[in-house]
Design a protein around this ligand. Structure first.
Ligand SMILES: Cc1cc2nc3c(=O)[nH]c(=O)nc-3n(C[C@H](O)[C@H](O)[C@H](O)COP(=O)(O)OP(=O)(O)OC[C@H]3O[C@@H](n4cnc5c(N)ncnc54)[C@H](O)[C@@H]3O)c2cc1C
Length: 318
């Protein structure tokens, strides 16, 4: 990544923390329209509608309601209740779907005990409607608490998954720590602004770390052949297509069938490639976001590809 792109990324991630810009952007009809490239709408109904269209090709779905930085436990309870209703709504439509939740949305900052109770409620409900719970990974200050939460929930609800970020120096150790659980891990590159002693500043290093971690996960999944349970469900949350192709090659070389590993991608990014991978028989899941608190999330999408700012400016100025 050249210096200009790194600078733009840092500026966009810094802007993600601005309350003033948040207030301006969320009031702007033009910016709201530009977010439609990455989210079908703010309402749960918009997300379900878009999901139903995508599921027609056999793709599965993950839904997430955007939101960060809760201030009270009542809000966390409301988030849990929202997802409980959402799981019913998705099941009523017969959508092959799971939910992905940020632990801070369930009150991790306010009370780890309540957060655990809410996560257990969601995982239990998800099981009853043939769905599943994924835990997102937020900034590095939450990793320890999120791993502890995952360990507790996964023990009772085996379909639960967790995101790990390849850019963190600690992730190889975290992966080993989770191994005894036969974890479902969605490996992502990482979307937050982190200092260099915590995460790789250079994208090339993150990319290399991703590939090394992914190889390890595929190896654990391959242990499951011949009747033994797989040691891991590897999920790759990336739109990096050359990387995706290399991982498919590695999985095939290990004799891992399609479906023993998955690709998760975001709604609005590489949609044609998602359909193509699905047509080739790969397990592809599209993550659809919705909700009113989209500002920080949208800024992270711009930071991942600063060229997206051009798209936003064109929407604003015609
Ligand atoms: C399903 C899923 C769940 C995620 N969950 C988390 C999480 O819990 N915690 C977390 O920190 N991060 C999460 N992320 C975000 C992730 O960390 C990366 O920031 C993001 O996926 C971009 O990196 P990349 O792997 O796609 O590869 P990159 O190497 O950054 O991009 C590869 C190519 O993908 C395309 N692309 C990537 N991003 C965009 C974009 N915004 N707009 C348009 N094109 C783009 C471009 O063509 C680019 O060349 C998640 C991502 C996905 C797909």
């Amino acid at each position: 990544m050249d210096l200009g792109v790194r600078l733009s990324r840092s500026l966009l991630l810094a802007a993600a923390g601005s309350e003033t810009l948040n207030a301006v952007a969320t009031r702007s009809r033009v910016v709201r329209r530009a977010t439609r490239a990455f989210m079908p709408g703010e309402r749960a109904e918009d997300a379900l509608e878009a999901g139903a269209a995508l599921a027609a090709d056999g793709r599965s779905l993950i839904f997430t309601r955007l939101g960060e930085a809760l201030t009270s436990l009542d809000e966390a309870e409301a988030v849990r209740d929202h997802y409980l209703r959402f799981l019913d709504a998705a099941a009523a439509r017969g959508l092959p779907s799971r939910i992905s939740v940020k632990p801070t949305q369930l009150g991790l900052d306010q009370s780890p005990e309540s957060c655990l109770r809410h996560a257990m409620d969601l995982a239990e409900k998800a099981e009853t409607v043939d769905s599943g719970l994924w835990l997102d990974m937020e900034d590095s200050s939450y990793v320890d608490r999120t791993l502890e939460l995952y360990e507790a929930v996964k023990t009772r609800h085996p379909r639960t998954g967790i995101a790990l970020q390849a850019y963190l120096h600690r992730t190889p150790d975290d992966l080993e720590r989770l191994r005894p659980l036969r974890p479902a891990i969605r490996l992502v590159k990482g979307a937050y602004a982190e200092p260099p002693d915590v995460a790789f500043p250079r994208k090339a290093d993150t990319d290399a770390a991703f590939e090394a971690l992914a190889g390890r996960m595929l190896g654990w999944a391959a242990e499951g052949r011949g009747g033994a349970p797989p040691g891991c469900l590897p999920v790759f949350g990336t739109h990096d297509l050359p990387l995706v192709r290399r991982l498919i090659g590695r999985a095939e070389a290990m004799g891992l069938e399609q479906g023993r590993y998955e690709f998760h991608m975001l709604y609005g990014i590489g949609m044609r490639q998602q359909a193509k991978l699905r047509a080739e028989g790969h397990a592809v899941t599209t993550l659809i976001s919705y909700g009113e608190a989209w500002y920080r999330w949208y800024m992270r999408r711009l930071a991942e590809r600063p060229a997206n700012v051009g798209f936003l400016l064109r929407s604003m100025f015609g």
